[in-house]
Design a protein around this ligand. Structure first.
Ligand code: UTP
Ligand code: MN
Length: 528
């Protein structure tokens, strides 16, 4: 490629960026556009000056280039070296063995093509450096570092490790350390996808997403049965308290931490304190005993049917779909995620308000305000939050219905919302809600269940379904994959192809996977 001079053509490289200590100036990685990708350029046979030139070029294009080999390196790029030579070099110069990192070993062609494209390209087999087995033990890396390229069912064979890593991830989240949270979540997720139980460290060879810390945790569990850091955390008062407080509906890490610093420790202390609670938090605290108990599939199915009936009262041909963990075939969950749409786009407008008002009057919704708007819809930028109109509610499910169903007495679904549908009258929403709230909290006949009702315009339905089916890490990696490898922007509303400057419509999830060039992964294999 003409833009990449060989050694002899390296005259005129600005010396300001040529410091050995910090290739590219003081903050070369400040303008990083592709933070997920970390490049390490092997100097051997490339030469120092060409390496500096390539470093500057990559940084200008928004790539992160690391001076030293480290955990955050994802691509080791070399020129005119064999794979074995690169491994040997890394081991000698950096003391890192093949099992100590997960970066891909790639030819310079991957680098030049990526520079040409202005984004990191997917590593194809022709880019990969070959490593022969005799000198180094190498496992073919067949496991993708992207959760959306793995099939993860609920049959987790490595629970011992994933539960420990989950505690570390949660603790990082409670400390608002996003990077650590992600690192431990990714490590846990990759172990969930393994078709075997890890019994020795060698089982982890060639497996991506396992950093030094996560490997240390796994090693300790393999040797001692437990990990001391995790055990200490589980006994840690701050960890316990913040977990307790954030388990209240409407309470985030910042609020929980504030209460902890004010000296509060238990829910009873919180109830007795003069801390100002939002309406949602008040309800969350009121129904905490119920909400803390996992929702069963029977309950989720019942709630779906009751909501469907309520929705059909106002719009008989509307479609209600159970998404979230239950769609991934989980048996229990922390809430029930329901999508509501109508094949004739526009018919769904105003529906949520009617449905929520009615269900509130009926005592079916104990708490719930409507948020979001469907105005924004499509956006070219990837966003974590969607803009659908939704109601994050606390549903009051008649225990009798569950009991009946469980004891198989209830066969006829007609009776599900039977007595719920009597005496309809749309009362004042907030006042009624509050009255019902207090009544129901004392009412042992109903179990409070967190239910999310999301209204979706039909043209965005496939994207919303994909976005609301999860798991969270699967979604996160789908967006990351779209952005870094396809130069596309994915959200629960749409997929935008940046190169074509166009939105890509999709009627089904299969079509979205196809747009992304991904193999279709059904919901039950998205439990990453
Ligand atoms: P949940 O948090 O309900 O997770 O979000 P879950 O997988 O169903 O797990 P449990 O069983 O309830 O604990 C479901 C999906 O909906 C998306 C999340 O990203 C997740 O993929 N979601 C959730 C949104 O897109 N927006 C939200 O506001 C909430
Ligand atoms: Mn859910």
């Amino acid at each position: 490629m003409a833009l990449l001079p060989r050694k002899r053509r390296c005259k005129g490289i600005p010396t300001s960026i040529a410091s050995q200590d910090n290739l590219g100036g003081s903050n070369p990685n400040d303008r990083v556009r592709f933070s997920e990708v970390g490049i390490f350029l092997v100097e051997r046979r490339m030469g120092a000056s060409r390496r500096r030139f390539l470093t500057e070029l990559a940084q200008k294009k928004g790539f992160r280039v690391e001076e030293q080999m480290s955990e955050s390196v994802t691509h080791v790029v070399s020129e005119n070296n064999t794979g074995n030579e690169v491994l040997e070099l890394l081991e000698k110069q950096n003391g890192i063995s093949r099992t100590g990192f997960n970066a891909a070993l790639v030819e310079i062609t991957w680098f030049t093509e990526s520079m040409g494209a202005g984004r990191p390209l997917e590593v194809e087999s022709r880019h990969q450096l070959q490593v022969t087995k005799d000198s180094v033990a190498v496992t073919e890396v067949s496991i993708s570092s992207y959760a959306c390229q793995r099939r993860t069912t609920l049959k987790n064979k490595n629970k011992l490790f994933t539960e420990a890593l989950k505690v570390l991830a949660e603790s990082a989240e409670l400390n608002e350390s996003e990077a650590r949270n992600l690192a431990f979540s990714r490590a846990s997720s990759i172990l969930k996808s393994l078709p075997y139980t890890v019994t020795k460290m060698e089982d982890l060879q060639g497996i991506p997403n396992l950093g030094v810390h996560s490997r240390k945790v796994i090693k300790e569990i393999l040797e001692d049965g437990t990990c001391s850091e995790v055990e200490n955390l589980l006994r840690n008062e701050r960890y316990q308290t913040l977990k307790r407080f954030t388990s209240i509906f409407g309470v985030g890490v910042k609020t929980a931490d504030k209460w902890y610093r004010e000296g509060l420790r238990t829910l009873d202390e919180l109830r007795a304190s003069d801390v100002k609670l939002t309406r949602g938090q008040e309800a969350g605290l009121l129904y905490h005993n119920d909400l803390y108990v996992p929702v069963t599939r029977t309950e989720a199915d019942l709630i779906k049917q009751i909501v469907e009936r309520a929705v059909h009262k106002f719009l008989p041909t509307a479609v209600v779909t159970l998404a979230g963990g239950f769609r991934r075939e989980k048996e229990i969950g922390h809430d029930v995620d329901l999508l509501i749409t109508h094949p004739e786009e526009g018919k769904e407008e105003g529906l949520l308000c009617q449905v929520v008002n009615w269900m509130t009057t009926e005592g079916l919704i104990l708490y719930g305000g409507i948020t979001g708007s469907s105005h924004k819809g499509r956006s070219k930028k990837p966003e974590i939050f969607d803009h659908f109109e939704k109601c994050l509610s606390i549903f009051g499910l008649k225990k009798e219905l569950v009991n009946n169903l469980e004891s198989k007495n209830l066969r006829n679904s007609d009776s599900l919302a039977g007595d719920e549908t009597q005496g309809i009258g749309l009362a004042d929403h907030t006042e009624a809600a509050q009255q019902v709230m207090v009544a129901a909290a004392c009412n042992k006949d109903r179990k409070a269940v967190r239910v999310d009702l999301v209204v979706v315009p039909y043209s965005q339905y496939a994207y919303a379904l994909l976005g609301w089916t999860g798991s969270r890490l699967f979604e996160r990696d789908l967006r990351r994959y779209a952005k870094h490898l396809k130069n596309m922007s994915l959200s629960s509303h749409s997929l935008f192809d940046i190169e074509q400057n166009a939105f890509l419509p999709a009627a089904t999830e299969e079509e979205i996977f196809a747009h992304l060039g991904l193999e279709y992964i059904p919901p039950h294999e998205r439990n990453a």
